[in-house]
Design a protein around this ligand. Structure first.
Ligand code: ZN
Length: 388
């Protein structure tokens, strides 16, 4: 009997199409491809493969990701380690991939692994969504609160978490954090998770931290990659007035925050091109001379120093000079915060698979985020004891 393979892309954050499968003697060859959906470039995938009537001896899988050269930096496969799990188990990294040339110049991205169950999930990187945020808020034991600040164009909650609501009179230093403007960038989320966990563990009350952890929530839930997606990238819609409804909701929340604290720092958590593996780095807003804004650069130096060298890129704080599909005034978040709130503002990139030679596990992202939170905590003056 031959094994039949079915791809299920209706699982949470699902994205992927079955192209073909072939039964070999002791192994299965399954060809899939990520869906671009509403984006001009693909990358994110997340799907379940079901193996029906599989003989026990057929226990190896050759997963061929077709057309991956149409993704944002998804090659070479040698630098990428997607994740897999037994359905609902714990994610594990795949071994290094292979970029296999085809006769006409195209390539396949290929990963080999063991078949550990009749139903296995595969994703470009560790998934992250509402469940993890709810877990974080719960684990923080009251340190973080979750509020709904609006509803997305497709009716999903736009959430903000905060450690306090600030105060119009007693203004503490304020931190405003965002993530997932590009919905598939889950490694940014895991670093943010470590950052927020560290603040909660410190129970720090001498600042006002507001965070929009799942900004492109419609894209997240639907498995969109989300970079440069239509009608316009959320991270290019920060003009005044904004070009997307989500940005309007966010801008009004930032206004509320700014009235209740002394805005100190803005941070944005992203993931870079699919195979980038130099380590963590950040983009800084430009000054009038086209070089990095001084205050933002100072913060980038603090963050760089806080991180172990194995996690940092050779050039840590830099000015973006890549081609953009959207020209200004379609501002990015970090430029918006620097322009309108005059505060240091940094946009971080956390690699999907590895930093230098180190394959990144969830714990590594948490370590990175925690170290960055320490850099913030260190710069704040010790809390004053309230006199009674
Ligand atoms: Zn991004």
């Amino acid at each position: 009997m031959q094994t039949k393979v079915v791809l299920d892309n209706k699982i949470p954050y699902g994205n992927g199409i079955l192209v073909n499968f072939e039964n070999k003697k002791n192994w299965l060859e399954v060809a899939v491809t990520p869906e671009a959906l509403n984006a001009p470039e693909s990358l994110w995938f997340c799907f379940r493969l079901k193996f029906k009537n599989k003989p026990k001896t057929q226990n190896k899988l050759r997963l061929i990701v077709k057309y991956f050269y149409n993704s944002l930096g998804g090659l070479p496969a040698e630098k990428i380690n997607p994740v897999t799990r037994e359905a609902k188990g714990n994610w594990q990294r795949l071994r290094d991939g292979k970029t296999v040339p085809l006769p006409d110049g195209r390539t396949d991205a290929v990963w080999e692994t063991e078949i550990i169950a009749d139903s296995m999930d595969f994703a470009f990187c560790f998934t992250y969504g509402v469940k993890e945020i709810d877990g974080l808020v719960k684990e923080s034991k009251g340190y973080f609160k979750k509020d709904i600040i609006g509803v997305s164009p497709e009716g999903r909650d736009l959430i903000r978490i905060s450690n306090n609501y600030g105060d119009e009179n007693t203004k503490l230093p304020g931190l405003f954090l965002v993530a997932r403007q590009h919905s598939g960038e889950t490694s940014g989320s895991w670093a943010l998770h470590g950052f927020l966990e560290r603040l909660a563990a410190n129970n720090s009350q001498n600042m006002t931290v507001w965070c929009l952890p799942l900004t492109n929530i419609d894209g997240i839930e639907k498995g969109y990659y989300g970079k440069d997606n239509f009608p316009i990238d959320i991270n290019r819609a920060w003009g005044v007035p904004p070009m997307r409804y989500e940005n309007l909701v966010f801008q009004r929340d930032i206004e509320r925050w700014a009235g209740r604290c002394r805005p100190m720092l803005a941070m944005d958590f992203h993931s870079p091109g699919g195979s980038e593996s130099d380590g963590v780095y950040c983009f800084l807003p430009k000054n009038s001379k086209g070089t990095a804004d001084r205050m933002s650069l100072e913060w980038s130096v603090k963050f760089e120093k806080s991180l172990p060298v194995r996690f940092t890129a050779g050039e840590f704080g830099k000015v973006a000079n890549y081609a953009s599909r959207w020209d200004e005034p379609c501002l990015s978040y970090y430029k918006f915060m620097q322009k309108f709130y005059k505060i240091p503002s940094l946009s971080f990139e956390f690699p999907y698979s590895r930093s230098r030679q180190k394959i990144l596990e969830i714990n590594d992202y948490l370590t990175i985020g925690a170290a960055m939170a320490d850099a913030v905590l260190k710069t704040l003056k010790p809390e004053k004891k309230k006199s009674s």
